[in-house]
Each structure stands twice: as structure tokens, then as C-alpha cells.
Design a protein around this ligand. Structure first.
Ligand SMILES: Nc1ncnc2c1ncn2[C@@H]1O[C@H](COP(=O)(O)OP(=O)(O)OP(=O)(O)O)[C@@H](O)[C@H]1O
Length: 257
């Protein structure tokens, strides 16, 4: 199974965000970090992939099927988008919002297997102790973990995570990205995460895709992309890349002017 993007053109009115965007196919079991400066189009690309926007031209193909032709229900079962600003406005318990996500479009009562799956997923993210708390009364980071739980419990084929660690503390950022990478491999999901912390992203992503001026500017494994001189140029910084004793990449960024 692959996801392919070809000849994608998309604009908000006269603001052209993508102009003939192409990317090499994305494979199942791979975590891709979607990177680029603010406003480059990461969230817009996610919304296009999730079918919330329609491209003016071009296609997004999942298993060779144009995703814009999939019925809404099929598309929402296959592709899950976790947005940056997940609204947790209903005064429902954590367990119930995750169960609602699990049930999705199905009517009727929750089965014992649904309940077991919700419990397992809360446990996987280490937030089973929040089960009975109202989501409206959680911290920003706790809400982000609940939203991730909603994503994982759905078992999508494509997982789109828009800045999934932005509200998390240092340890949680590492734990959550490790979990996302492991789940991606074990369940053979095609996962994308929009991330701004390139050093953190390089520790867990298989592939970096850097967006710039409506296209893919650099694409490759994290080290290749970070060492490509274009990457620093796109961000308007001088980048120096090193490795620490554990083999993790160190990313030093300096202003060029
Ligand atoms: N609903 C909208 N209507 C009009 N323009 C929009 C809308 N959403 C985004 N844009 C514009 O489209 C461009 C891409 O925005 P997008 O949110 O996709 O960028 P991003 O890479 O996700 O940014 P960030 O890193 O800041 O989250 C920006 O110029 C933005 O101002």
C-alpha cells in the first residue's frame, strides 16, 4: 500500500499554496516528518489528504484510488487527521470521547471488544488514570494525549498528525514520538507528522519532506535533508549538523543576518 501525491495545485482565493506538488510514494510502516517554515502549507496538505479541501488540480492516490472520489465514510475510516487545535469542548469523560472515536460511524451499542480496545489504547499512551476525568478539565498536554488516543483507536491506514507534540513536556515528546514510530511499524500505517523540532523529528522519522514555495524542496532520510544546503536556506538560518555520542543528530541553527 502506498500514498501518492501528484501534480497537486491548491489555492485559498488568490493565495496559491501548492503549485504542481509531487512527491515520491509514501510507504506503509514509514513515519514521514513534514517540515517547513510557518505558513508553508503543512496543515493545508493534511486537510487536502483528509479530503477537507479539494485540490484544483492533481491527485492524492491511496492504493491507486483517488481519495477525492472515496465516499466520505470510507475516506474517514482510512485516513485520520489529528489537527493542531483539537477542540475538546463537550463535557464528556476521557473514556467516552475515545469510545466515540472508536465507534465512529457505527450505530448501536459499544461491544466488549470496543471497550477493551479503548482501555488498551489509553494504557498504551499511559493515560488510563485520566479515564473518568472530563476532557474540558484537562491540561493542554493531557488533551493532546487524549486526541492521539482517539487517532490510534481508529486504526487508520493513514495517520496525519499536525504538531502532535506541541503541548507536551520533554519526556512525553520522546515517549509519544517513539510510540508513534512503533505503532506505525507494527500496524503498517502510512504516518505523517508535521514537526518544527528537527532534532527531535530526526530521532524518530524515517523520512523528511521539506515544503517550500508550493513544492517539495528536499526529500530524503533525516540526515540527508538536514545536511542539504537548501534546508537552511528555506528556513533562513545557517544549519550545522553533528552527532552526539549516542548517534543522535544535533541540529545547531544560527541566524544568517
Ligand atoms: N482557511 C484559510 N483561508 C485562507 N488562507 C489560509 C487558510 N488556512 C491557511 N491559509 C494560508 O495558507 C498558507 C498555508 O497555511 P498552513 O496553515 O497550511 O501552513 P503551515 O505550514 O501548517 O503553517 P504553521 O507551521 O504555521 O502551522 C498560509 O499562507 C496561510 O496564511
Amino acid at each position: 500500500m502506498t500514498l501518492e501525491i501528484s501534480g497537486l495545485r491548491f489555492a485559498y482565493g488568490t493565495n496559491v499554496v501548492f503549485d504542481a506538488l509531487h512527491a515520491a510514494p509514501f510507504q506503509k510502516g514509514e513515519l514521514t516528518a513534514l517540515i517547513g517554515p510557518n505558513g508553508v502549507g503543512k496543515s493545508s496538505l493534511f486537510r487536502l489528504m483528509a479530503g477537507l479541501h479539494k485540490p484544483a488540480e492533481g491527485k492524492i492516490l491511496l492504493h491507486g484510488t483517488d481519495t477525492s472520489l472515496l465516499p466520505d465514510r470510507r475516506r474517514s475510516e482510512s485516513i485520520f487527521l489529528l489537527t493542531q487545535h483539537t477542540a475538546m469542548k463537550a463535557a464528556l469523560a476521557v473514556f467516552d470521547v475515545v469510545l466515540l472515536a472508536k465507534r465512529g460511524w457505527q450505530g448501536g451499542r459499544a461491544t466488549s471488544s470496543d471497550i477493551a480496545h479503548v482501555e488498551e489504547t489509553l494504557d498504551l499512551l499511559g493515560i488510563e488514570f485520566l479515564s473518568d476525568r472530563l476532557v474540558t478539565e484537562l491540561s493542554g498536554g493531557q488533551q493532546q494525549l487524549v486526541a492521539l488516543c482517539q487517532a490510534l483507536v481508529r486504526n487508520p491506514q493513514v495517520l496525519l498528525l499536525d504538531e502532535p507534540t506541541s503541548a507536551l513536556d520533554l519526556r512525553r515528546q520522546l515517549e509519544v514520538l517513539r510510540l508513534i514510530r512503533n505503532v506505525t511499524r507494527e500496524r503498517q500505517i502510512i504516518t505523517f507528522a508535521a514537526l518544527h523540532d528537527l532534532a527531535l523529528a530526526s530521532r524518530f522519522a524515517d523520512r523528511f519532506v521539506l515544503l517550500h514555495e508550493g513544492r517539495v524542496a528536499v526529500d530524503g532520510n533525516p540526515e540527508e535533508v538536514l545536511r542539504n544546503p537548501l534546508t537552511g536556506n528555506v528556513y533562513g538560518v545557517r544549519l550545522e549538523i553533528d552527532r552526539n555520542a549516542n548517534g543522535s543528530l544535533i541540529v545547531n541553527a544560527d541566524l544568517t543576518s
